[in-house]
Design a protein around this ligand. Structure first.
Ligand code: GCU
Length: 474
């Protein structure tokens, strides 16, 4: 059945087109904003069909989900980070084109944080009025591409709700986020749980999930450390997710469906859009932010955006551009994320643009062989989050993602928080493994183990958020 505003309002659509049937709809669906009511008459929106504009063929297979390990005692041990030689040797043997030896890192010169076209930046006002815009333009032009503005027809509809989810601890909402171009609809969904026990509007963690939808199962039959919704609710936060690779833009260099193809076909000025997939995914995070601003259960000034690996590159680009995100959490995101591109350790610009050309704007690959000509580096991207809160997370064995390169990037970027008087100057020495390092709004941790977003990571991201948000009450 094609799902329209009329039959949703009449209560005829109680099921997801994707076959997720166990979510009960407890109350009639409703528009989340009065503006949307005006739009309702103007166009028919396939709100219940997540792949209406995208095609179910783009659905990714989820990897099998490991049970959540709730025993966090191992992480109580804190110790200095020193990757064992055996790990370095085995990684080096697997990828002979990759440097994993700290001693072989070549000297590099980073582009200046404060060297604006109009002279040296010395005040927060100059940073905001001159440098911030310059840097965003450079990252758009050279790295992530240009995305379209917020669509005029953007509207939200709660198409599923359950006020007694998680044994009555939370309210589930499934929100269709949709818009149209030239009469054609595009829709994706936000899954949101809000804690029922709370004072006032809830702060929220929004995961930009590039892995399969099983990680963000609204029925909670499948529970994953990647999005431990029960745990986050238990900590007093709302928790939300968008399945960006399944519903927004496929993670595929040859994609002919997804939001970028949709804009190519239906946008007035398609030539202006140079966005790669990371940029498209980040754009969807900003549309979720638009929704949070309309939901009376959510505190829109307490929104954290979080992503892992390619999702972490995405959350960083989202948090750098969209100043409505109060906290940007970046997990194991390495190259193309917070790690310094000029540091030859782990994955390189050449490798990432060869393997994942669709993540970036095409220009980025041109710098593979002339990295020193790249007019930006990733410390400048991290700095664009300032003076808001930033939390980087790495894993001790994840050398491909160059944890030290992400830390050094943050050390440089911290100078912008220092300009605002919000954080102290930082040192090159990395924090202890498993520890939470906090410097004003900046936090960082390196968790023991390999590439992944685990319950311990979530605990530390939430510990940081507690420190940031507690005065405002949760
Ligand atoms: C690859 C890629 C990384 C990326 C990772 C992931 O390893 O090279 O840049 O972060 O996939 O997203 O899991």
């Amino acid at each position: 059945m094609r799902t329209t505003w009329e039959n949703i309002a009449a209560g005829e659509c109680g099921r997801w087109a994707t076959g997720t049937t166990a979510v009960r709809r407890r109350r009639p669906s409703k528009w989340a904003s009065p503006m949307a009511l005006l739009l309702a008459g103007a166009w028919v929106w396939a709100a219940g069909a997540p792949f209406s504009a995208y095609g179910a063929a783009s659905k990714q297979k989820s990897a099998s989900i490991a049970p959540i390990n709730t025993d966090l005692s191992a992480y109580e041990k804190k110790f200095p980070w020193k990757p064992p030689q055996t790990l370095i040797d085995s990684l080096s043997a697997k990828r002979t084109d990759t440097n994993y030896d700290e001693a072989k890192v070549q000297p590099y010169v980073l582009p200046g944080l404060f060297d604006s076209a109009g002279g040296k930046i010395t005040t927060p006002a100059q940073w905001e009025q001159q440098r911030r815009g310059e840097l965003i333009e450079l990252f758009r032009r050279e790295v992530y591409g240009v995305a379209p503005p917020k669509p005029d027809t953007l509207a939200f509809r709660t198409v599923e709700a359950d006020p007694k989810a998680m044994d009555g601890k939370a309210t589930l909402k499934r929100v269709a986020i949709g818009f149209q171009l030239k009469g054609e609809p595009f829709t994706f969904h936000l899954t949101l749980f809000v804690p029922n026990e709370r004072r006032g509007r809830a702060p929220v963690f929004l995961l930009l999930n590039h892995r399969g939808p099983d990680n963000t199962d609204p029925t909670r039959k499948t529970q994953s450390e990647f999005w431990p919704a029960e745990y986050v609710i238990g900590r007093g936060y709302a928790v939300a997710a968008i399945n960006v690779a399944d519903e927004v833009e496929p993670d595929n260099a040859k994609a002919t469906t997804g939001i970028r193809a949709f804009y190519r076909q239906h946008y007035d000025k398609p030539g202006e859009l140079t966005w790669g997939a990371l940029c498209a995914w980040a754009w969807s995070g900003s549309r979720a932010m638009d929704y949070f601003e309309t939901d009376p259960d959510i505190n829109p000034s307490r929104v954290a955006v979080i992503g892992h690996s390619r999702g972490g590159k995405t959350s960083l680009w989202a948090g750098a551009q969209d100043t409505r995100f109060a906290l940007t959490c970046v997990n194991n995101a390495g190259e193309g994320g917070p790690a310094l591109a000029r540091r030859n350790f782990g994955e390189t610009l050449g490798q990432i643009t060869r393997s994942f050309p669709h993540w970036f704007t095409p220009t980025y690959a041109n710098y593979a062989k002339k990295i020193d000509a790249l007019p930006v580096d990733q410390h400048q991207l991290v700095a664009l989050v300032a003076p808001r809160a930033y939390h980087g997370g790495d894993a001790s064995d994840d050398l491909w993602a160059d944890p030290r390169g992400s830390w050094l990037s943050l050390v440089e970027a911290s100078k912008v928080w220092a300009l605002y008087g919000k954080a102290a100057a930082m040192k090159d020495e990395m924090p202890l493994v498993n520890d939470l390092y906090v410097n004003g709004p900046i936090a960082y941790h390196i968790r023991e183990g390999g590439h992944g977003l685990t319950l311990w990571d979530w605990k530390l991201y939430l510990d940081h958020a507690d420190q940031l948000f507690k005065e405002a009450g949760k």
